[in-house]
Design a protein. Structure first.
Length: 94
C-alpha cells in the first residue's frame, strides 16, 4: 500500500527577490502546496484569489509557552488568527 501526500514549501523563503504572487503561482505550478509564516504581512484577498492550497501557516503571531504571560499572549494571537480564518472562510463560501 502506498500513501502519498503533497509537499509544501514556504513561499517567504523562496524567490525572495520576486513578488509573493509569483512565488505562490510558481509553487502551485511545481505541484507544491504553499506555506506562510507571517500571514499578517500579506494581502489575504490576494492569497484567496491565488487558488493555491495553503497547508502551512503560523497559527499565532506573538507569545511563548515558557511562562504564563507569554502563553496568554500566544493564545490571544491564536484567537486573532482563528477569527481571520473564519472571516475569509465565510467570504470564500459566499
Amino acid at each position: 500500500m502506498s500513501d502519498t501526500f503533497t509537499l509544501a514549501a514556504c513561499a517567504e523563503m523562496l524567490w525572495r527577490d520576486r513578488p509573493m504572487e509569483f512565488r505562490i503561482r510558481r509553487l502551485t505550478e511545481l505541484g507544491f502546496q504553499v506555506g506562510l509564516w507571517n500571514w499578517p504581512d500579506h494581502d489575504l484577498s490576494m492569497l484567496e484569489r491565488s487558488g493555491a492550497t495553503f497547508s502551512i501557516m503560523n497559527g499565532y503571531l506573538r507569545g511563548r509557552l515558557a511562562d504564563d504571560e507569554g502563553a496568554a499572549e500566544l493564545l490571544k494571537t491564536a484567537k486573532e488568527t482563528a477569527a481571520q480564518i473564519a472571516v475569509h472562510d465565510r467570504e470564500c463560501r459566499a
